[in-house]
Every structure is written in C-alpha cells, then in structure tokens.
Design a protein around this ligand. Structure first.
Ligand SMILES: [Zn+2]
Ligand SMILES: [Zn+2]
Ligand SMILES: [Zn+2]
Ligand SMILES: [Zn+2]
Length: 421
C-alpha cells in the first residue's frame, strides 16, 4: 500500500507535473487526501473557479471493453465493418489491414502474446476472447513504476472479475506472474476504467481506458467536474462550479441526465455500491423530475415519484392526487419502456419522432429522461439527415426541440448549482 505522499508523487509524475530526474514540482490546486466518503480522494488546496482545468489525464492502459455482447473490431484502428478482417498468424488478434498489422500498437501486443506457448494451433485461438482480454494484456507493457501505480488503485476482487484471463489459459501457457498481474489489472479496470466516448454516431469498437488520476475521483451524482476526450484519448477534467479550498473534487460515474433509479442500478451493477447522495435521496431530483412517470389515474395530470428513493422497493406517489402505486407496477412500466426503446431504430428520424409524439409521451411526462434522450437524438439526426434542417422542419415544433436546450440548461442549473457540497 502506497502512502498518500508516494501516491501524490506518482500522480504528478504521471501527469508530467513532476520528474524524479530533475526534482522539479509544478503546482496544482489539489492533493491526494482523505475523502469525506471514505478512502482516498482529490481535495482542493485552493479555491478553484468554474471552468478551470484541473488536470489532463492519459490512460495507463486502454483497449477494447470486456463485455461479451460487444461487437469486436480491428484491435488497432477499432474499425467495426470490414470484409478484410483477418487474424494475425503470430498472435491471433483481429486486424483489418497490413497497415494496422505493421503499426507499433500491434507490434507491442504481438510481442507479448507470441511469447506465450500455445495449447492449440494459433488459428484456433478465440480472437473475441483475446480482444476482451487485450486491455489487461497491455499491462505487461508498463514500466515497473507504472505497474506499481496500477496496483495501488482500488480493485474489486470478487471472482466474477478477471474471468477473461482464466479463459485465455485454455489457449496459452501464461507465466504465473503475468497471469497474476493481468488478473489484477482486470479487477482494477472493472473498478476504475472509463468508457472512452467515440464521436456520437461513429461506428467503432467501444474502448475503455484506465485513467489513474481520474480514477482517484470519488463519485457523486452532483459532480463538481466534467470530463471530455480528445483524439489522443487524453481526458481533460474541468470544474463545473466553484470548488472551495478544502472541498473534495467529485466525478459522476453514471449518466448525469439519467433519473435516480437508472443511475443507482447502473452504479450498483458496475461499481457495486448503492449511491446515497443528496440527489439520489431527493424524490424530485432537485426539481428535474427525470424519473417521473404519468399518474395512472386518467383524471389526473400529475406525476408519480418514489416516496423513499433510496429504497429500491419503495412505493411511488402522485404529486397531485396522492395515488400510491406499488414498486412492482412501477418496475413493470420501466421495463416496458426499456423494451420499447430497444425496438427503436435510432437512425430513422420519422420513427423516432412518431415514437416520441404519439407513443412514449402517453406514459411519461416531458421531464422524463427518455424524452430528453429522444430529443437529444432527434437534434443529432435532424442535423445530419437528408431533407431535415434544425429550424426549417415544421415537425420540430410538436417535438418541442426548441425547448430542449432551455430544459437541458435548467437541468444543469438544478443539478449543479444549488447547495455547496
Ligand atoms: Zn485496423
Ligand atoms: Zn500479431
Ligand atoms: Zn447519487
Ligand atoms: Zn394523480
């Protein structure tokens, strides 16, 4: 276990703010310290203004996500559709072209994997499994210092993590120390990795990265930062509100525009905790009503909200007529809405618009996260689809897209700017 000072130095070295070689330290406005929510966190050492860049992080390792249902693509350029895909004859990784095979990225990957003895002919190695394990395999490329840094990050060690490395042993003889390090990397990745956002609508393999400094940020659904990526997978973390000296710096591990039940379930499934933050505890989510459903009573125009949002089995109640609905019925509606969304073709503007106008808004109010999500998608498609224009198309009016911007701003104001954390 590293001390806070050792960890601080590693963090600064990783960010290029400190070098052991010339012993120069650049200042920044935060330190690694004790978190109010337990464990370590980043704490402001000076007042930080809204909009200030806190740091620019880069991944220790990055690569394909490990989900079994995710589509696999070229392990170098991430392209998903190609008639030319082939497996490397030395390592069995999937590639799209000679250019990707000759790249430095592939040479590094190939050098590690081709060192291992094989238990089956190389062409019989499962390239999907290899791709799912690739991010963890890349931990073997790190320097000793970087490996130590990786190992110092929080890790979920329950047996469901790291199965991709166990499965690799059907195909390869892997030295025990390498297996251990890769398994640890899987646990650290499952706990800390960020999904790297690709350009909206761009079809490429979904990636994740281990951003060690961002990984030290604790979660709050009312985050005081936001992050964005550039083409080099660098992550810029900025303050979204003033952060006073001594306050903890937070990020949101879940969808900021998702309602509480969706956020909490997602956090539980991916990060193994039930969030109890101020936003999660407020049935109205600071007035944003992102999870609200329409009242079941046909005479009432009110909204249903959870009575005790921190209890998954809480009944819901109408704000107007006080009608109570048991959680089972609410779950059934949420499930049905989810399935309906799953049937949609998001590239078909007319289908999206009809769904928004005539189907989904029968069950949910306009504040609901699904309406917000559909409106965001429509804005995107209107900007891109033949024959549609942002302001020109009459059909925009009933969708209320014009109002979306003001609603999004309102949500941000409500979520981010009320009380101090
Ligand atoms: Zn490629
Ligand atoms: Zn290869
Ligand atoms: Zn929360
Ligand atoms: Zn009602």
């Amino acid at each position: 276990m590293l001390s806070a000072e050792q960890l601080s130095l590693m963090v600064k070295e990783h960010l290029g703010l400190y070098s052991y070689y010339d012993d120069v330290q650049h200042s920044c406005k935060w330190i690694v310290g004790e978190s109010s929510v337990g464990g370590r966190g980043l704490i402001a050492t000076e007042n930080i203004a809204a909009g200030e860049v806190l740091f620019v992080d880069h991944p220790l390792i990055y690569g394909p996500r490990a989900g079994t249902i995710l589509q696999q693509g070229c392990t170098v350029c991430c392209k998903l559709d190609s008639d030319e895909f082939f497996k490397c004859s030395k390592c069995a990784l999937l590639l799209c072209s000679g250019q990707c095979q000759d790249s430095g990225v592939h040479s590094d990957d190939c050098a590690i994997i081709s060192r291992w003895g094989t238990k089956v002919p190389i062409e019989d190695v499962d390239d999907k499994l290899l791709s799912r394990a690739l991010t963890a395999i890349r931990v073997l490329l790190l320097s000793e210092n970087q490996k130590q840094f990786m190992a110092s990050l929080q890790a979920h060690t329950s047996p469901q993590h790291g199965t991709e490395i166990k499965d690799l042993k059907q195909f390869f003889d892997i030295p025990e120390d390498e297996e251990q390090l890769m398994t640890l990397a899987c646990c650290v990745l499952d706990t800390n990795a960020f999904q790297i956002a690709s350009l909206y609508g761009k079809k490429e393999m979904s990636l994740r990265g281990l951003y060690p400094v961002s990984g030290l940020l604790n979660h709050n659904c009312i985050s005081n930062t936001r992050y964005s990526y550039n083409n080099e997978y660098q992550m810029t973390v900025k303050a979204v509100k003033p952060i006073p000296k001594g306050a903890e710096i937070f990020t949101c591990y879940s969808g900021v525009l998702w309602g509480t039940p969706a956020r909490r379930t997602h956090l539980y499934k991916t990060k193994h905790f039930w969030c109890k933050c101020e936003r999660c505890a407020d049935p109205t989510e600071r007035g944003t009503l992102l999870a609200a459903l329409k009242c079941f009573s046909s005479e009432c125009s009110g909204c249903l909200l959870p009575i005790e949002p921190l209890k998954p089995s809480t009944p819901w109640r109408c704000l107007e007529c006080s009608l109570r609905i048991p959680s089972n019925n609410i779950c059934a509606i949420q499930g049905a809405l989810g399935s309906l969304m799953g049937t949609l073709n998001f590239e078909n503007v007319e289908e999206l618009e009809n769904f928004l106008l005539y189907r989904v808004t029968k069950y949910i109010p306009k504040t609901n996260q699904i309406v917000i999500d559909l409106q965001c998608r429509l804005i995107w498609e209107f900007g891109d689809a033949e024959g549609f224009r942002w302001h020109g198309k009459i059909a925009c009016k009933p969708c209320n897209l014009e109002k979306l911007y003001s609603r999004l701003i309102m949500i941000h104001v409500l979520v981010y700017t009320s009380t101090e954390m």
